[in-house]
Write a protein that binds this ligand. Structure first.
Ligand SMILES: [Zn+2]
Length: 218
């Protein structure tokens, strides 16, 4: 493939962004690829660069052709793909740590902010602003540098995180589910949503409360 490009999250359908697994922003979606984060059912959906490609494809960030191209490139340049995957995990954990701190009323660590900022700076150095229909979108064009091409997948996520940090209306809405640790944007009118979903963690918590009440009356 001679040339292909990747766009920021803004072109994705709203229902994809709002889905439970994504939680309202692409950066939160990457964090939620490790879910639940603790306990006996702790699970990480990403075990290598190919999973990162598949995750992007599942959201619609990549076309099928781009997915196949990146999978092929990651096999040809396996060392670069491995390194990029490690960066992706470091980025994911830094985003998690910052938003978990914000949601818990703690001050985020400066090293984690620096890591996100450095990947964002790298992204913006290669980004171009392109008119799409009636608005603009950031785009990253692939160059004939295998390592750099593989790293493109990190850039929309870093942009998403920085946009959320600097959005005065939204960053305070980031919540961490009290049950499973999933991050989400609380768009409820009251702003006091505690659970990723009432059908999942919400109802489990309710059952635990009912059980505890029952025990206390015995
Ligand atoms: Zn949950």
């Amino acid at each position: 493939m001679a040339h292909w490009c990747l766009r920021s999250e803004h072109h994705l359908p709203q229902e994809t962004i709002d889905s439970l697994a994504v939680g309202g922003r692409l950066c939160l979606g990457l964090v939620n690829t490790a879910h639940p984060r603790s306990g006996r059912y702790a699970h990480d959906f990403l075990s290598g660069y190919a999973d990162l490609v598949t995750w992007n494809r599942s959201l619609g960030m990549l076309t099928e052709e781009q997915e196949q191209y990146l999978l092929q490139e990651s096999c040809t340049h396996s060392q670069e793909a491995g390194k990029t995957f490690e960066f992706a995990l470091a980025l994911r954990e830094a985003i998690y740590s910052v938003f978990s701190a914000v949601a818990g009323g703690r001050v985020p660590q400066s090293e984690e902010l620096s890591l996100i900022q450095s990947i964002f700076a790298e992204a913006m150095a290669s980004a171009s602003l392109s008119p799409i229909e009636h608005e603009f979108s950031w785009e990253w064009g692939a160059e004939d540098e295998p390592g750099k091409e593989l790293r493109l997948l990190l850039w929309p996520v870093a942009l998403s995180a920085i946009e959320l940090f600097t959005s005065s209306k939204e960053w305070k809405k980031v919540k961490e589910c009290s049950g499973c640790g999933l991050l989400f944007l609380d768009k409820s009118k009251t702003g006091n949503r505690r659970w990723c979903s009432m059908d999942e963690c919400g109802s489990r918590a309710k059952m635990r409360r009912q059980y505890a009440r029952k025990l206390s009356t015995l």
